[in-house]
Write a protein that binds this ligand. Sequence first.
Ligand code: GDP
Length: 365
Amino acid sequence: MKLGIVGLPNVGKSTLFNAITQAGAESANYPFCTIEPNVGVVAVPDSRLEKLAEMYKPKKVTPAVVEFYDIAGLVKGASKGEGLGNKFLSHIREVAAIVHVVRCFEDTNIVHVEGSVDPIRDIETINLELILSDIEILERRIDKVSKSARSGDKKAKEELSFMERLKVHLEEGNPARTLEMTDDEKELIKQYFLLTSKPVLYAANVSEDDVINGYENNPYVKMVEEYAKNENSEVIPICAKLEEEISKLDDEEKKEFLKDYGLDEPGLNRLIKASYRLLGLISFLTAGPDEVRAWTITEGTKAPQAAGKIHSDIERGFIRAEVTSFEDLIAAGSETAAKEKGLTRLEGKDYVMRDGDVVLFRFNV
Ligand code: GDP
């Protein structure tokens, strides 16, 4: 599951992407990830791993990772095939969620393609291209389903009426993700693979000054926040340029740098964590003397399928999961103490995993 980074030219996409790849997880450790020049694999910051490492002193610590795809070249007219438009739209089709970079910094040296800084106009320019592409897809589907509807197929009639409603929604300039839908309609819309169905977070690219003085005073960020609120999307203010500089530093230098700027952590960390959530992903943890590790699952995953992430044999032979919440384990001070205090639960095959579960799976070989 990848996120695609989109936005108009010159808003800071490549700068942000460079920050991501430089901060990136060493690709050699992640042979399961496809490494392409425009795909960046980065570790998901997780302070729980450090705490567990203090407790277990493992040989290695392996974080969860998330993949970003740099989708450059989206311009006005893309849905009509301008500026290699269709190719870029097809790249967006491949990602599970979108990071939309919006320029919220003034800098006379950096040309804005539209001549001025106006984040809402920029967001709507991109969103319009995605909406137009979706309308085209929807119209094709409407054509197809109309035939069955005319011949009296009840299901087809229902779908048709849903699609007409969706089309009006899109034509009014709204993304598909903001349409109120029944559960059945949510199932239907999945099959259309619309671009504007994908969850979005807005990365408001602010200036270095805003990082120092607080971006609360940046009116552009406020505008983006208002806009995002209406569609239930999150906004992460970030200074791409600063993040790129931070990502080049070693750990010691990074600490100094952040201290000078009065920051707890790089803005990139917040962006990565928000991206992981946007994908509907959570982590369960395993801990032992060899390795402390975060494993990625989608929300709602049950224990055997989570075990399957480690090895298919563990899923096949699943007996039970011994689960301690991270907080309980830390509070107890050790695995043994947690067990003695009755904080470790035995869970069966219907157990729905939670973020931060520290787990030991028992299985038949
Ligand atoms: P892209 O076309 O969206 O990929 O934009 P780039 O990442 O290439 O950035 C365009 C220009 O804006 C470059 O000269 C960057 O150095 C500059 N830039 C990117 N982020 C920032 C920022 O946060 N502040 C300032 N002042 N310049 C930035």
